[in-house]
Design a protein around this ligand. Structure first.
Ligand code: C2E
Ligand code: MG
Ligand code: MG
Ligand code: MG
Length: 269
C-alpha cells in the first residue's frame, strides 16, 4: 500500500518533469521559428541627460509577440535562447534591427544593444557589427554595445580581441548591470570601456537606504575618476532623479523619463 503510494508520487514527479521538458522543447522550437517568422520586435527606452532630460540614446530591448501568449518579455524566453544556442541568431536579429531603426530615424543619439555572454563565446561579433553598420549606413559612433561584467571578466582572448576590434572601428562598449556581478575591476583598466550602467537594484534604495546612496556615490566617483560615462538605470521618481543630479550623475534611464516603447521616434522624453 505505502509502496504504491510512493510510486504514484514518483510517477507524478516524473510526469511533471516530462511535461516541463516537453514545454521547454516546444518553446525552443517556437522561438526558432519566431526569429525567422518575424515575431520578435524591439522596444526602445530613452537614455537621457539628467538635467535637460534630453535623449542621448536609446536602448533596444527585445520582445516576442507570441501568437497565443501575447507580448512576452525577455525573461520568459532569453534563458531558453541562451541554453539552446539560439541566442546567436536572436542576437544577430536584434543587432540588425536596432541598427536599422537608428539609421532610419531622423532623431540623433545612439542606439544601445545588449550582448549576452553566449554571443561572445564564438568569434564573429565584430564582423557582424561591421556588416550591420555597412548595410544600414549607421556611423559606428552611434552604436553602443552593452556587455555584462561576466563577459568582461571571462577574458577569453577571443572575446578580448572582439572587444578591441569593436573599439577600433569606433563602437562604444558599456558595462551593463554594473555592481551586481563581480568585485573585480581589472577589466576597466585593460579593456576599452566607455561607460558603466549602474544597476537599478541600487537606484531603488536611493534616499531611503543610506548604504545605497553611498554605493552609488562611490560608483560615480569611480566612473568619473576613470573618465568614463556613468549611466544610472531604473530611475522611477523625481526624488531619485534630484538626488542623482546632486551627486553629479549626468546620464540616466528609467520609467521616470520613458518606458520602453515600440516606436523609436516617440521617444523624445
Ligand atoms: P537590462 O539590459 O538591464 O535592461 C533594463 C531592463 O530594466 C529592461 O527590462 C527595462 O524595461 C527595465 N527598466 C528600465 N527602466 C526601469 C525602471 O525605471 N524600473 C523598472 N522596474 N524597470 C526598468 P526588460 O526589457 O524586461 O529586459 C530585461 C533584460 O533582458 C535586460 O536587462 C537585458 O539583460 C535582457 N535583454 C533585453 N533585450 C535583450 C536583447 O536584445 N539581447 C540580450 N542579449 N539581452 C536582452
Ligand atoms: Mg542593457
Ligand atoms: Mg542594464
Ligand atoms: Mg539591468
Amino acid at each position: 500500500q505505502a509502496k504504491n503510494r510512493g510510486r504514484d508520487r514518483w510517477d507524478a514527479v516524473d510526469t511533471g518533469l516530462r511535461k516541463a521538458a516537453a514545454e521547454r522543447l516546444d518553446l525552443e522550437s517556437q522561438l526558432r521559428a519566431a526569429i525567422t517568422d518575424g515575431e520578435l520586435e524591439l522596444h526602445f527606452q530613452p537614455i537621457v541627460g539628467l538635467l535637460g532630460r534630453n535623449v542621448i540614446g536609446r536602448e533596444a530591448l527585445v520582445r516576442w509577440r507570441h501568437p497565443q501568449r501575447g507580448l512576452m518579455p525577455p525573461i520568459t524566453f532569453l534563458p531558453v535562447a541562451e541554453e539552446s544556442g539560439l541566442i546567436v541568431e536572436l542576437g544577430t536579429w536584434v543587432l540588425r534591427a536596432a541598427v536599422q531603426a537608428a539609421a532610419s530615424s531622423p532623431h540623433p543619439g545612439y542606439v544601445a544593444v545588449n550582448v549576452s555572454p553566449n554571443q561572445m563565446i564564438r568569434p564573429g561579433l565584430a564582423d557582424q557589427v561591421e556588416k550591420a553598420l555597412a548595410e544600414s549606413g549607421l556611423p559606428a559612433g552611434q552604436l553602443v554595445l552593452e556587455l555584462t561584467e561576466s563577459v568582461m571578466l571571462s577574458a577569453a582572448p577571443s572575446a578580448r580581441q572582439e572587444i578591441e576590434r569593436l573599439h577600433g572601428i569606433g563602437v562604444r562598449i558599456v558595462v551593463d548591470d554594473f555592481g551586481t556581478g563581480f568585485s573585480a575591476l581589472s577589466y576597466l583598466r585593460d579593456l576599452p570601456v566607455s561607460g558603466i550602467k549602474v544597476d537599478r537594484s541600487f537606484t531603488s534604495g536611493l534616499g531611503e537606504d543610506p548604504q545605497c546612496d553611498r554605493i552609488v556615490e562611490a560608483l560615480i566617483g569611480l566612473g568619473h575618476g576613470l573618465g568614463i560615462d556613468v549611466i544610472v538605470e531604473g530611475v522611477e521618481t523625481e526624488a531619485q532623479s534630484a538626488l542623482l543630479a546632486g551627486i553629479g550623475v549626468e546620464h540616466a534611464q528609467g520609467y521616470l523619463f520613458g518606458k520602453p516603447s515600440p516606436r523609436y521616434e516617440l521617444l523624445t522624453a
